[in-house]
Every structure is written in structure tokens, then in C-alpha cells.
Design a binder for this molecule. Structure first.
Ligand code: NAI
Length: 252
């Protein structure tokens, strides 16, 4: 049990990667607040974790909202007594070029993917610092480290996540707070199906292309979760500001 007594927040906790990570953190002993825009789905994940014999609560929230983030942090502290681990993972993608993207869509992608992490850190860092430290993991993307086609707002937002992570690590390392990004390649979740739909492509063909990488398959959400558990735990005690790539060799 690598996370015994730890209290964790997972955003996008009802989605593919978030759900797998919430389960994995709980299985390592953490108490988990499952946060998602879809409150019903978050409640189902929390119930699944409790059914497995672990501790979890669900919180419906829009992570781009300052008021919602404040409520998430306050609720978690009230229920669990603190926050030691945060997985800032909620994210959305728009498969459009700059010409095709509206200013509103751009702002929404940045609100969910980037502003959310700033807001969460604004509220959890003081709590972690007062407790002597903590671990924050942010979900970037392979496309945050290199470019990708027809996803201008997403690529820009994930690049921001990677570099914001480094800046946070510099600012808050002296307080014992480690901040890292996990950068997945194509992982088999609802997001890929959403992308196929947005691009008007056949889902099976899109998924087959996503599997075309050195390890010859897409990632499983549990493989991202395993990396997040490691970054959340003391096993990675000297790792901060890093951009960990978990992508089956797709980026190299
Ligand atoms: P997903 O679509 O299965 O899960 C995303 C979750 O975030 C959903 O449950 C959704 O309801 C929630 N969400 C969306 N907007 C929200 C908001 N405003 N407030 C709170 N929750 C919100 O997708 P997946 O794949 O699990 O994505 C998780 C993260 O992984 C995202 O940040 C994504 O960009 C990133 N990622 C995913 C990759 C993939 O191939 N699936 C590759 C690289 C990065």
C-alpha cells in the first residue's frame, strides 16, 4: 500500500484515465474524491471504489470554475481532513485548425485544460504546504510535447500544462510539493471515439491508426494510472518538474 493515509483528488474521474487512476490510487490506500462534470458518472465510480472496499466520494464540478474548484477542495478537506495528492486530469479536445476554431471554443479548451490546473493549485498548494508537502500530477499529452494535426487549441493547452508543471515545481519545491506531468499517447478511452466523430472518420479505422506505434497497440487507461500512482507516491520522491511520457513509443 504505497498511499496509505493519503487523501487524493482526481478530476475527470469519471472518464477513462481518471476512473482507472481513481481506482488505482484507492487500491494503494488513498481516500479519493472523484470529481467530474458528469456528476452521475462520478458517483458511479465512487460507488465502484467503495464496493471494492476502499474509500471514495464523488463531487460534481466544472473544473474551469473558480467557485467549483473552491468547493471541491473544501469538500475534500471536510470529508478526509486534508489533500496530499491531486491528479489534474479533466480535459477536452477540439479537432480543428486555427481557421476553424472559434474564440469561444479556444477559451473553453483552455478553461478546462489549463485554467483548471491554475485554480486547483491556487487552492491546494497552501493546504499541502501547511501539511509539509504533497504531490500534484497534471495530465499533459504527447501533443503537448510535439505538435499534432487539426487540434490547435488542444496542442497549445497541453504545451501550457507541461510548462506550467515545471513552473509550479520550481515555485513549490521548497514547500515539499512535487509537481509532474504525465503525457499519454493514444489511450483507449471515450476521447478517441469523440475525436473520430469530430473528424468524421470511421471509428475502427481511427483506432487502428492510433495503435500504429512501436508497441503496436493503444495504451490502456490502467497503464497511465500506474505512472500516476508512482508519481503520487514516495517512490518518486526526487522527481519533480518532469514530463513523463507513457505512449508506447509513439513520440520518439
Ligand atoms: P475521457 O473523455 O474519457 O475523460 C475526460 C473526463 O473529463 C470525462 O469524464 C469528462 O466528463 C471530464 N470533464 C470534461 N470537462 C470537464 C469539466 N469542465 N470539469 C470536470 N470534468 C470534466 O478522456 P480521457 O482519455 O480519460 O482523458 C483524460 C485526460 O487525458 C485528458 O486531459 C486528455 O486530454 C488526456 N489525454 C488523453 C489521451 C487519450 O488518448 N485518451 C492522450 C493524451 C492525453
Amino acid at each position: 500500500m504505497r498511499l496509505e493515509q493519503k487523501k487524493a483528488i482526481v478530476t475527470g474521474g469519471a472518464g477513462g484515465i481518471g476512473r482507472a487512476t481513481a481506482m488505482a490510487l484507492a487500491a494503494e490506500g488513498a481516500e479519493v474524491a472523484v470529481v467530474d462534470l458528469d456528476g452521475e458518472a462520478a458517483a458511479a465510480v465512487a460507488a465502484e471504489i467503495r464496493d471494492a472496499g476502499f474509500r471514495a466520494i464523488a463531487i460534481q464540478a466544472d473544473v474551469s470554475s473558480g467557485a467549483d474548484i473552491e468547493r471541491v477542495v473544501a469538500t475534500t478537506v471536510a470529508e478526509f481532513g486534508g489533500v496530499d495528492v491531486v491528479f489534474n486530469n479533466a480535459g477536452i479536445i477540439r479537432r480543428t485548425t486555427a481557421v476553424e476554431t472559434t474564440a469561444e471554443e479556444w477559451d473553453r479548451v483552455f478553461g478546462v485544460n489549463v485554467r483548471s490546473i491554475f485554480l486547483m493549485c491556487k487552492h491546494v498548494v497552501p493546504i499541502m504546504a501547511a501539511a509539509g508537502g504533497g504531490s500534484i500530477v497534471n495530465t499533459g499529452s504527447g501533443w503537448g510535447l510535439k505538435g499534432g494535426g487539426r487540434a490547435i487549441s488542444y496542442c497549445a493547452s497541453k504545451g501550457a500544462v507541461v510548462n506550467m508543471t515545471r513552473a509550479l515545481a520550481i515555485d513549490h519545491g521548497p514547500q515539499g510539493i512535487r509537481v509532474n506531468s504525465v503525457n499519454p499517447g493514444d489511450v483507449n478511452t471515450g476521447m478517441l471515439r469523440d475525436e473520430a466523430q469530430q473528424l468524421g472518420e470511421d471509428t475502427a479505422a481511427f483506432l487502428a491508426e492510433a495503435a500504429d506505434r512501436p508497441l503496436r497497440r493503444m495504451g490502456d487507461p490502467r497503464e497511465i494510472a500506474a505512472a500516476v500512482v508512482w508519481l503520487a507516491s514516495d517512490e518518486s520522491s526526487y522527481v519533480t518538474g518532469s514530463a513523463l511520457v507513457v505512449d508506447g513509443g509513439g513520440i520518439a
